[in-house]
Design a protein around this ligand. Structure first.
Ligand code: BJW
Length: 234
């Protein structure tokens, strides 16, 4: 099915797109980190109970970023944004910076970003490339404690209004490398219009695979460059 070149496209990505860059997905290894369930670390309650553990979890992941590079799938999506005549909105659940480094600019990090912190006092969002702990203080107000700028379970994801507005009017919605376990992202496919082309690209069917009209099975680094080339007609 061909789309008008000025059509709006929404692409949702999950941990599977960064897997081939060397970043573990959430539901690999049974979703465990040092024998803690990710769900027991990525919550406001966990942060309140044991902030040192939660800071360490995110410090480790932040430190791993310089050692990984965007892969062919990240680069293909940046190409799509550059070469497509209409709007391409890339919504990622990933907190890594691989889409940014690949060159995507119309990009929303709905679950936050590892390289940012947020002040618990003045709520400023801050660039934070290094480690963070209970002694970290906000450079904007000079007083507030800083937490990772991450959307934990039970918190409202970022940019929701803008995402739903674009979903309602998009001609194509594609979900890449996401398991469909976590809402609201897992429900985006149900928020598009009746004419919208919906495509799932994944190693295996997600939990919400039945809601998509088209499915492509395989690795993101194979599927995504081919899908983008097809959309661009090259
Ligand atoms: C490959 C591949 C390769 C591998 N190539 N593919 C019941 C119903 C509805 C909702 C709820 C409910 N009960 C509770 C909720 C709410 C809750 C939720 O969804 N819980 C579920 C567990 C049931 N959600 C929330 O709390 C969210 N907030 C919320 O709902 O607020 C209310 C509200 C919403 C909207 C408007 C107003 C109010 C917040 C969710 C925050 C999620 N946070 C996390 C952790 C923080 C970030 C971090 O520490 O990194 O975000 S959880 C974790 O899962 C992370 C991810 O972004 C997220 C999604 O995971 P993802 O990306 O799908 O990864 P995996 O590992 O699950 O899957 C990888 C996939 O890749 C697999 O399918 C593989 O096959 C594939 N793959 N290699 C292609 N090479």
């Amino acid at each position: 099915m061909t789309l008008p070149r000025e059509a709006t496209l929404v692409i949702l990505t999950g941990a599977g797109i960064s897997a081939e860059s060397g970043l573990r997905t959430f539901r690999d290894a049974n979703g465990l980190w040092e024998n803690h369930r990710v769900e027991d670390v990525a919550t406001p309650e966990a942060f309140h109970r044991n902030p040192a553990l939660v800071y360490r979890f995110y410090n480790e992941r932040r430190r791993s970023l310089p050692g990984v590079q965007p892969n062919a799938a990240h680069l293909a999506l940046a190409r799509l944004e550059r070469e497509w005549a209409g709007e391409v909105l890339l919504v990622t659940q990933n907190v890594d910076d691989l889409h940014d480094r690949a060159g995507s600019r119309n990009l929303l990090h709905m679950h936050g970003e590892l390289l940012k912190g947020r002040c618990l006092g003045c709520h400023a969002v801050l660039d934070w490339p290094g480690d963070m702990d209970s002694d970290s203080r906000c450079p904007a107000c000079g007083r507030g404690r800083v937490r990772p700028h991450i959307v934990w379970f039970g918190e409202v994801p970022l940019e929701m209004e803008s995402i739903y507005r674009t979903l309602e009017r998009c001609a194509l919605f594609a979900a890449i490398g996401t398991s469909g376990h976590v809402y609201p992202a897992a429900g985006f496919v149900g928020a598009v219009g009746p004419e919208t082309r919906t495509v799932e690209l994944n190693l295996e069917p997600s939990r919400v695979a039945d809601a998509f009209r088209e499915h492509r099975a395989g690795r993101a680094t194979d599927l995504v460059p081919a899908f983008v080339a097809e959309l661009l007609g090259s």
